[in-house]
Design a protein around this ligand. Structure first.
Ligand SMILES: [Zn+2]
Length: 162
């Protein structure tokens, strides 16, 4: 394995601090790993601007690569903007396995502002029932909403579509 392959496979093991069952690759945040004059350059795209997890992701990438003797720089790539559509199928399966409802398709084009709760097609990750109610627009982190299943009563987090 050459240095670039090693750097790519190491970077792909780093997990998201807020959704630790997902790697940055599963999340679609890890955009590119390249070599620049012997240094590893990792490009990541924030899940949303101002996401407090970005500093942790950057530190974790530098630490994991550094532990294998690779000197890494992390670049933040803002365009194109990340959307939940970039979460891989493996990532969606990992969310569901951990009782978190994965996001549906991201909204396309201009989003109409509304003061009413966002309507989403959400189903219970435990029993699959679509009879669920929104408990709170904000779950354990700002990127998740809280729901409860009316069929099995399971409370669960849903990753919001953006
Ligand atoms: Zn249920």
């Amino acid at each position: 394995m050459n240095v670039l392959e090693k750097a790519r496979s190491l970077a792909a093991t780093v997990t998201d601090p807020e959704l630790p069952m997902l790697t940055l690759a599963d999340l679609g945040v890890l955009r590119d790993v390249s070599l620049d004059d012997g240094r590893v350059v990792v490009s990541i795209t924030p899940t949303y601007s101002g996401c407090p997890a970005m500093a942790t992701m950057r530190d974790d990438l530098v630490r994991v690569l550094g532990e294998s003797g690779l000197d890494a720089t992390v670049r933040i790539s803002l365009a194109p903007a990340w959307t939940t559509d970039w979460i891989t199928d493996e990532g969606r399966a990992a969310l569901a396995e951990h009782g978190i409802s994965p996001p549906g398709p991201a909204p396309q084009g201009p989003v109409t502002l509304s003061l009413l709760p966002t309507r989403r097609a959400v189903s219970c990750p435990r029993c699959g029932s679509a009879d669920v109610s929104l408990t709170s627009e904000f779950g354990s982190t700002a990127c998740k909403a809280m729901y409860q299943c009316r069929s099995c009563l399971e409370p669960f987090d849903h990753v919001k579509e953006i």
